[in-house]
Design a protein around this ligand. Structure first.
Ligand code: AGP
Length: 627
């Protein structure tokens, strides 16, 4: 997911920008760049790969001036390359962008028809062209940006500068986060406060559809019509622990909000964003975790292909939230790779004398890599002669060391007992694994592969958009207080997400909730439904949507009170539901990652408002290392 740093002030913009981008490296990226207004000219340097490549290119370069913008790019449209890196610059206008311009194809056609010289494959460059066209007419950057915003559809945040207004910086936020840091006669506009924390503790958090105009040391916030908006200035007086929590009230909330970069870090090693193809990196079958980084990636991929080619069944074993991720993995692997998958709870598997046929890959999922039941399960599988593969978040953990092959959630330390970012990172890893097995077994066409990869690359920005809707999930959480029971339901790959949502409410708010396959309602749960039973239904626009709506109407007819989660503006769901929560349109395989976010946040906000210890719920431990 992209990182943005903008600066106006007395310091050297290049230094402020590079230091800020380094603080944003956790967001995952594949190229970087900056532009500084240097002696009246926009001086731009960009580089593919990590920030050190950009720093190498600017050694010895002279930068003076007061104004600059910088960017780390997570490629969604256009491969990682210098020419696709931001900032994009057209006729004295330079911009950086985070998010997705949905109508970029029609904009590209219109610009080409007007003779625009388009030099990259990105949607972002088109914004620079549009602003450059308008600023010639308006002779003012803010006016040009306001007009261009009316031409764009999607979820995006943009920073723009123009060499003819050397004291101006204009920014716009709609979806991906942007925060304004207010220093002493200097202003920072960043994706995350971490990029400016060393300079100031005073911030304005932008809401969607707000525009920032920096004119020298004056900062104004306006709406798209230019009307002034009064914003609260937040002073971040953080303790050391709060810096660790990055200002969030709880580790769990921080980890929920880290999910865009967590899932980006999970998928990044395994996706070749040049060719939009899947290639698992350093699974290391037969290699101990401490030696994995020394592997030759191409040689390892050949070994992984040989190993996975020989399997004819996958057995997924885990506990709790990791088990629900495994259930989603069944849908991914069976639908994409067309091989049978069985999923089992580790504490059952280890005692039921399982029969493992030859050619079975036994895969464990464990955030901690220390869960006793899951460890026992992988040991039993190895004794039975099965090839084993671990998905975990802690490298060199016990389970990781026991497994033959290794995949990592890469989501960073997860402190909150209730698992969130590890769960969504696991869904992404399972998606990548299913694509790899499908490719190896020739059950996935290259067109399907590209379709899935594009959906995955768009996911971090889509998750950011959902997180921006948090105020609606807070309101929904409040409405749950009037119920005595909770039925979470979904169909297809949404069914495991319903189970996970119910678990979040149980373990955080200590309320009895049940996850159910929506098609099962008429086989019993329908008897439970009355006005005191809350129904939380996952109803994304996928191939089972119509059937899900029928299930909702069955519940509604019996007085059920419904909270539904669906794609975009959906009048039918709004009509049936007491409360409708919208999520962005996505691919069937990425809907689960997006639709679990509202469930995580509803459980978090309800538990917080009840005064419970969200990071350390009663009776629970982060890692259950005993039976
Ligand atoms: C999830 O919110 C719980 N903390 C719990 O169910 C957890 O997922 C389970 O104990 C498995 O832990 P692991 O992933 O570390 O093996």
């Amino acid at each position: 997911m992209c990182g943005i740093v903008g600066y106006y002030g007395p310091q050297n913009p290049k230094d402020v920008i590079i230091a800020g981008l380094k603080k944003l490296e956790y967001r995952g990226y594949d190229s970087a760049g900056l532009t500084v207004l240097h002696q009246g000219q926009l001086k731009r340097v960009r580089a593919e790969g990590k920030l050190k490549n950009l720093e190498q290119k600017i050694i010895g370069e002279k930068f003076d001036g007061h104004l600059g913008i910088g960017h780390t790019r997570w490629a969604t449209h256009g491969v990682p390359s210098e020419r696709n890196a931001h900032p994009h610059q057209v006729q004295g206008v330079s911009i950086v962008h985070n998010g997705i311009i949905e109508n970029y194809l029609e904009i590209r056609e219109e610009l080409l028809a007007r003779g625009a010289k388009i030099t990259s494959d990105t949607d972002s460059e088109l914004v620079a062209h549009l602003i450059a066209e308008e600023v010639q007419k308006q002779n003012d950057l803010l006016k040009a940006v306001q007009i261009v915003l009316g031409k764009l559809r999607g979820a995006f945040s943009i920073l723009a500068i123009w060499e003819k207004q050397p004291d101006r910086l204009v920014a716009f936020k709609d979806g991906p986060p942007l925060v304004v840091g207010l220093g002493d006669k200097e202003t920072f506009i960043v994706s995350d406060v971490q990029a400016a924390l060393q300079h100031t503790k005073k911030y304005i958090y932008l809401d969607d559809r707000e525009i920032v105009l920096v004119r020298g040391d004056q900062v104004d916030i306006v709406d798209p019509t230019g009307k002034q908006i009064k914003k609260q200035i937040v002073e971040l007086n953080w303790s050391a622990e709060q810096v660790e929590k990055m200002g969030y009230s709880h580790f769990m909330l921080k980890e929920i909000y880290e999910q865009p970069q967590a899932i980006a870090s999970a998928m990044e090693p395994h996706i070749d964003s040049e060719t939009h193809s899947i290639r698992l990196k350093n699974v290391g079958f037969g290699t101990a975790p401490q030696n994995i980084d020394q592997l030759n990636t191409l040689v390892d991929w050949e070994k992984t292909c040989a190993t996975l080619k020989g399997i004819n069944k996958v057995m997924i074993i885990a506990c709790g939230t990791s088990y629900y991720a495994g259930l989603a993995g069944k849908y991914y692997i069976e639908q994409i790779a067309r091989i049978p998958v069985e999923v089992d709870i580790a504490s059952e598997f280890r005692y039921r004398k399982p029969v493992l046929q030859p050619g079975t890959l036994v895969m464990t999922i464990s955030q901690s890599g220390e869960t006793a039941d899951t460890l026992a399960a992988i040991r039993l599988a190895k004794e039975s002669g099965a090839t084993t593969l671990s998905i975990c978040n802690v490298k060199n953990s016990t389970i990781d060391r026991e497994a033959h092959g290794h995949l990592y959630m890469n989501s960073g330390p997860e402190v909150g007992v209730a698992s969130t970012k590890a769960f969504t990172s696991t869904l992404v890893i399972l998606n990548c694994l299913a694509l790899a097995i499908g490719k190896i077994k020739n059950s996935l066409s290259s067109a399907q592969e590209k379709e899935h990869i594009q959906a995955l690359l768009s996911l971090p920005s889509q998750v950011e958009v959902v997180l921006a809707y948090d105020k609606y999930f807070t309101e929904a959480a409040e409405s749950l207080k009037s119920f005595k029971g909770f039925l979470y339901m979904g169909r297809g790959v949404s069914y495991p997400i319903a189970l996970e949502g119910a678990l979040k409410l149980k373990e955080l708010a200590y309320l009895h909730a049940e996850g159910y396959a929506a098609g099962e309602m008429k086989h019993g749960p329908l008897a439970l439904i009355d006005e005191r039973m809350a129904i939380i239904m996952l109803a994304p626009s996928d191939e089972l949507y119509e059937k899900t709506v029928s299930n909702l109407e069955e519940a509604k007819a019996r007085g059920g009170k419904i909270i539904s989660i669906g794609t975009g503006e959906n009048e039918k769901l709004k009509k049936i539901s007491e409360r409708y929560l919208s999520i962005p349109k996505a691919h069937w395989s990425t809907n689960p990652v997006i639709s679990v976010i509202p469930l995580q946040l509803m459980a978090f906000h309800l538990a917080s408002s009840l005064g419970y210890d969200v990071d350390q719920p009663r009776n629970l431990a982060k890692s259950v290392t005993v039976e």
